[in-house]
Every structure is written in structure tokens, then in C-alpha cells.
Write a protein that binds this ligand. Structure first.
Ligand code: PGA
Length: 255
């Protein structure tokens, strides 16, 4: 099977950075730099309050907009939460789900990740499902079990047609924001394990069609090597997505 059947997706995860005016400035800088670079899909996952500004700023360009979380209920008495329909109507096409920071600091569980993922799919938004082991799990050699469990539970009640619209991001927690990157072989190995989980549930053809990103200190100087690996179909980029030049260099590596 040829890796080129899958389109690479380079997604920036801005996290809790950029006020609306800062967001507008960054995205206006980015737009001309990535213009015409259609070898990958380009996404910026921005804070909720930046969505309207950024959607407006990227209209007619090849930059797409994502959110960083979504609630699993359609609507109702859930103070402070944002529904998938709200995001959809605002022009959001992607949403990060189950990021390790949400699991670590905000009590996100595999079960709520599954509910959020299904809510996004129901609204026609592409989930970017994050899975990955913490350092002690890697040291105890249980990485495969951890990512398999996270992937399986996140995809409960998701059928083969729907899973083709899911992006999975393998993000080893020990590599996020630490400057430590998984080696390209480590990234490829675990992305391959995730693809095996998909193959066992949905069959090989479906598994081969799903985009699996690597995330965790992906930068201009390591992106090409990571992206050259068979199972690595793109990147979820935190720190380096906050600088237009760095993010563009990673987009270039994916062309
Ligand atoms: P990082 O973050 O690139 O800053 O390590 C990646 C992520 O958390 O998605």
C-alpha cells in the first residue's frame, strides 16, 4: 500500500495563546507564506474566542480552522461549555479531542473522549483524536497497550464509514512542550500500532486510509525526518505553530 493514498494534515495547536488581535496578526502573516502549498491540509486549532476572527481572516485561502475541545451534549444547562453545532456554525472544520493536557489537567477520560468524538462526527466536524503514553508508561514498556486502549475506547460505536473522517494524533506525553521528540522510528512504530488497532476493528483498507499524525516537539529541523516515515501522515504542532515561519517550514516538509 502506498502512503500517498493518505493526505498529510499539518495542524497547529495554539493552546491557550493568542488574543483575537494577536490571532489575526499571526494568521495574516501565515496565509501568504503557505499559499498554493496543497501537498497537505493546513489547519490552525485556535482558542474558542479567536474562531470568528480567524475564520473570517482565512476565507478563500487554504488554511482551515479547528477548535481545541468540544462538549458532548447537543445543548442544555452546561455552563461554560461549547457544542459541536456551535462550532460548526462558526466555520470550524476540525476539533482536537482528548489532548493530553485535557486528560492531565481537566479530568478528561477515555469515555468522555469517545462522547466528544461522536458529537464532533455527528456535527460534521473532523475530530483530531489525541492518544499517547506518559513517560512512566514508556519506561514500563506498556506504550502499545496504552495507545491501543485509548484508541479502542475513543472509537467505541464509531463505524468504518465514520472512522475515515477521524484523524488520530499520536502524541507521546513526554515529548509535548519538552523539546524532547520521539525518534522517527519510535513515532512510526507507535503510529503503526494504532493502524493495527484500526485494521483489527475495521479491516486493512480502512486502516490504511486513516490519517495518523505525530505530535510532540515537531519543529522545522525534525519535521521532514518524522514525516518521511510510512505511518506518519502529518503533525500536530504546538510551540512551533505560534511562529508563522516555523509552521510554514513544517508545511514545506510535508509537500
Ligand atoms: P508541542 O505540542 O509541539 O509544543 O510539543 C504538541 C501538542 O501538544 O499538540
Amino acid at each position: 500500500m502506498n502512503k500517498s493514498v493518505r493526505k498529510a494534515v499539518i495542524a497547529g495547536n495554539w493552546k491557550m495563546n493568542m488574543t483575537p488581535s494577536e490571532a489575526e496578526k499571526l494568521v495574516n502573516e501565515l496565509k501568504p507564506m503557505v499559499e498554493g502549498k496543497n501537498g497537505c491540509d493546513i489547519v490552525v486549532c485556535v482558542p474558542f474566542v479567536d474562531i470568528a476572527t480567524v475564520v473570517n481572516a482565512v476565507k478563500g485561502t487554504n488554511v482551515k480552522v479547528g477548535a481545541q475541545n468540544v462538549h458532548f451534549k447537543k445543548n442544555g444547562a452546561y455552563t461554560g461549555e461549547i457544542s459541536a453545532d456551535m462550532l460548526k456554525e462558526c466555520g470550524v472544520e476540525y476539533v482536537v479531542i482528548g489532548h493530553s493536557e485535557r486528560r492531565q489537567y481537566f479530568g478528561e477520560t477515555d469515555e468522555t473522549v469517545n462522547l466528544r468524538l461522536k458529537a464532533a462526527l455527528d456535527a460534521g466536524i473532523t475530530p483530531i483524536l489525541c492518544v499517547g503514553e506518559v513517560l512512566t508508561e514508556r519506561e514500563q514498556d506498556v506504550t502499545a497497550e496504552v495507545v491501543a486502549r485509548q484508541t479502542k475506547i475513543a472509537l467505541l460505536d464509531v463505524d468504518a464509514d465514520a472512522v475515515k473522517n477521524v484523524i488520530i494524533a499520536y502524541e507521546p506525553v513526554w515529548a509535548i512542550g519538552t523539546g524532547k521528540t520521539a525518534t522517527s522510528d519510535q513515532a512510526d512504530e507507535v503510529c503503526g500500532i494504532i493502524r493495527d488497532v484500526l485494521a483489527a476493528k475495521y479491516g486493512k483498507d480502512v486502516a490504511e486510509a486513516v490519517t495518523i499524525q505525530y505530535g510532540g516537539s515537531m519543529k522545522p529541523d525534525n519535521a521532514a525526518e518524522l514525516l518521511s516515515k510510512y505511518h506518519v501522515d502529518g503533525g500536530l504542532i504546538g510551540g512551533a505553530s505560534l511562529k508563522a515561519a516555523d509552521f510554514t517550514a513544517i508545511v514545506d516538509a510535508a509537500q
